[in-house]
Design a protein around this ligand. Structure first.
Ligand code: NAD
Length: 363
């Protein structure tokens, strides 16, 4: 197979972790006889510095023509001025909008080897294997807003959801649940918010088409509690933009570190292989506190590249091979500092990438 992959390395640890994922994708291409062409494009803080905008038009064009996009992370203190015209995170929201990536998929599967890296008790964590689907292009982050301005008296954001926006993401979640353990939780705040009442109404109507699914509607505050009390009982969870944003970070801590969790953002654009043109990224940010030190964990980005192969290129066997290589390295007790514990062998970003590569080539 021939595929073009745009790499948006971004800021902070973004370039370090995408370098390791690219190394693994190159090895997959060699091993399984594919041709992957990489196209590096600017987005985020570096794009502001070099081109004066967090999302250059050339980047959007390249992404639209690609088969898939691999993103590191954007942002950092250098671009944090609240009065700035443009911010790195604007680029991120804008690329999601430009590619119409309305659903963010975050699998949270616990690697048994990392049970002790989580702050939760092992018996609570046993069997955690969930997929959290967050609506990504609507809701509170995109509605009309007012900044507080100089007087600093009033500011607001607005949550708007329409029927088609809710319908398509709930349907995608229901389809995903049908391919898993057939359990779906839809999260809202229907006891207080009008947008949530519409969410629940549309979700209920959509789910009539999926009689085999075991469905629960759960209020977001209760969900925050259930996630740490009985995480293993969940299969697929679907939520609006802000609720999904918060719950996915909470769910990330079940896995012990932000450095372990991949994600895929999918929409309704299709690539040259007639598969979804997706954007794949680790769930963590640019980690300015450790950037440039060579200690960041590249596994979330490497596993994001496995999701890229699976969802945008249909290469299931290759994706499995990457995930098996990651598992094999963890089995040997090798860890980056964020997931290290007593007795583990601690390595840096590049060595971790090299070890995964070795296991991929010699399983
Ligand atoms: P962060 O995820 O960057 O870091 C949180 C903590 O987790 C830090 O202590 C960091 O060192 C650690 N961490 C994160 N990824 C790690 C990895 N791969 N290996 C080891 N440790 C890791 O979140 P933050 O500090 O709140 O944000 C930093 C910047 O990143 C901000 O500018 C924020 O806006 C941006 N951000 C970007 C994205 C994105 O690009 N998708 C997502 C979240 C935050």
């Amino acid at each position: 197979m021939k595929a073009t992959i745009v790499v948006l390395a971004g800021d902070g640890i973004g370039p370090e972790v995408t370098d390791e994922a690219r190394k693994i994708l190159r090895a997959v291409a060699d091993k399984f006889n594919h041709q992957f062409d990489f196209s590096d494009q600017l987005m985020g803080g570096r794009a502001i510095d070099e081109l004066g905008t967090s999302l250059p038009d050339a980047t959007v064009e390249a992404c639209k023509k690609a088969d898939a996009v691999l993103l590191g992370a954007v942002g950092g203190p250098k671009w944090d001025d609240p009065k700035a015209q443009d911010r790195p995170e604007r680029g991120l929201l804008a690329i999601r909008k430009a590619l119409n990536l309305f659903a963010n998929l975050r699998p949270v599967k616990l690697h048994p080897q990392l049970l002790s890296a989580s702050t939760l008790k092992e018996e609570v964590l046993q069997g955690v294997d969930m997929l959290v689907i967050r609506e990504l292009t609507g809701g509170l982050y995109f509605g009309p807003k007012k900044e507080a301005g100089e007087e600093g008296y009033e500011a607001f954001d607005t949550e708007i959801y329409t029927r088609p926006e809710i319908d398509r993401v709930v349907r995608l979640a229901a389809d995903a649940a049908m391919g898993r353990r057939k359990k779906l939780v839809s999260v809202d705040k229907a006891n207080v918010m009008a947008s949530s009442r519409l969410w629940r109404r549309v979700a209920t109507e959509v789910l009539v088409d999926y009689p085999e699914l075991e469905v629960e509607h759960v209020l977001v505050d209760a969900m925050a509690m259930h996630l740490i009390r009985r995480p293993a009982s969940f299969d697929v969870i679907v939520a609006g933009n802000i609720f999904g944003d918060i719950l996915t970070d909470e769910a990330a801590m079940l896995a012990g570190s932000m450095g372990m969790l991949p994600s895929a953002s999918l929409g309704d654009l299709y690539n040259s292989h007639k598969l979804p043109l997706g954007l794949y990224e680790p769930i963590h940010g640019s980690a300015p506190d450790i950037a440039g030190k060579g200690v960041s964990n590249p596994l979330a980005t490497i596993m994001s590249s496995a999701m890229l192969l699976r969802h945008s290129l249909g290469l299931e066997q290759e994706a499995d091979a990457i995930e098996a290589a990651v598992d094999a390295v963890l089995n040997e007790g090798v860890r980056t500092p964020d997931i290290a514990h007593t007795g583990s062998e601690v390595v840096g970003t590049q060595v971790m990438g090299d070890l995964v590569l070795e296991k991929l080539l010699n399983p």
